[in-house]
Design a protein around this ligand. Sequence first.
Ligand code: ADP
Ligand code: MG
Length: 587
Amino acid sequence: MPAHAQVIDMHTADVNMAEADTQPALTDGFHLVIDALKLNDINTIYGVPGIPITDLGRLAQAEGIRVISFRHEQHAGNAAAIAGFLTKKPGICLTVSAPGFLNGLTALANATTNCFPMILISGSSEREIVDLQQGDYEEMDQLAIAKPLCKAAFRVLHAADIGIGVARAIRAACSGRPGGVYLDLPAKLFAQVMDAEAGAKSLVKVIDPAPAQIPAPEAIARALAVLKTAERPLIILGKGAAYAQADEAVRALVETSGIPYVPMSMAKGLLPDTHPLSAGAARSTVLKEADVVLLVGARLNWLLSHGKGKTWGAPGSKKFIQIDIEPREMDSNVEIVAPVVGDIGSCVAALLDGMKGGWPAPPAAWTETIKAKKDANIAKMGQRLLKNSIPMDFHGALGVLRTIIKERPDAILVNEGANTLDLARGVIDMYQPRKRLDVGTWGIMGIGMGFAVAAAVETGKPVLAVEGDSAFGFSGMEVETICRYDLPVCIVVFNNNGIYRGTDVNPSGAADVAPTVFVKDARYDKMMEAFGGVGVNVTTPDALREAVNAAMDSGRPTLINAVIDPSAGTESGNIGSLNPQSTVKRK
Ligand code: ADP
Ligand code: MG
């Protein structure tokens, strides 16, 4: 640069600095999004960086938000969703436009189906170009696509509206029945500059995002009247009850009423599965024979056979009482004779209040029937769990994991697969609330590593992820994420060489293997080693026990390839009835 140019340059710099002193401080879209999240105590973002949100993640980290980057948006989304379930604050998933958005959308839809509060924030392309369909980079009308798949969807076009946009998203996600919310932030918004003071004023701190919803006194009286007439009462606890974090009240309801209960999968541990009033081990008997059923944050969907049919005994033999925050849930499948609409904490407290004058214990004939059935089933199962056969079968391996969770009740169990899921749900007792995270309402595969990451990040507790080999494959690349953040996650892959079983053969006789079969004797443990974690291959229950305990003690990322007899599984696990089979035989 010539000398005179340098002089002029320094001169301009002086002028600029003087101007900066007198000019009001500025903020922009990036900082307003971050400030809005922080103002609302959101301290973690799960996502995948890229255009146009790379700098948002970077700046968020600089401002003290924990930013956990994944390898695929679906897993970041699943992490956000389960963070929402665990904390009652919306989990945040941050993605790029079109394809990244679509990848995150599966998790958003799943969160909505499961009633988990979550916000998917995606960058998007320029409105003017998208709306005229002129072919922008990653062009897509994301807001329109998200709308039918989530609880609410919003777009912010002006930096001054970011505060309101974030507040609306939080309120929509958390209030009433929780769910997924989409927040569309076009690329141009991030760089929009505005006066910093006006910007700060535009932010909104959401007061009481999930206000208590007090049940009507008549509804409580009606429910108590029905419950009192019961000869064979039953309580079903669902994941809504786990989500509500009204653990003491729920326990008091069970113990004060003396009514046996069955936990749905993710409600296991709300009371310890070993509780004397747990009827989990007599599930089919109690569903069939109960005369009054009190549903607490559990829907009568497919997971409860829609409240009718063989599972539920003679038609008309039941009366249902239902506690739910969503009024439209009532009568969705069968008649609800006593709907109690409100939040679980308030509803259960009101029921308890009504029981204060004393509550009759359920008839002994009922509780004794249940106890006999339970004892018999537990004894039968005990035999199978002790099996030390090689190759291992599911029960032999699960017996080990059952003991480990008993000894480490504050560990979080993530579970997905077919047989691996169904059998683990029955075999592994849970002792504390919100410790079992699984495939939920959709029975979706692929939640494993996203859930494991968020469980470790949100709770700081050790995580044991029990995965079918097929289920693990959906999110397996995230072992790198687990290693990168050095999370205390121990993954056990139940490797039976395939989906359901590894023994199917190609009926045509051609060289391709059957569609349900994977590479034989694959070594998933090597994947973990590739990223610096610990990999172990085990073929016996004893070796499995040793490896899991070592992982839980060390807190190091570990993947244990547990070799399971390839012929051990059954088609579709417990839900074979949903899997149609052709009866036509072609010549
Ligand atoms: P599960 O599969 O464990 O049976 P579901 O997901 O079917 O559980 O049902 C959960 C139910 O809990 C949903 O109907 C939802 O509206 C309800 N719910 C969620 N949070 C609350 C809450 N805080 N208070 C009352 N009901 C709630
Ligand atoms: Mg398998």
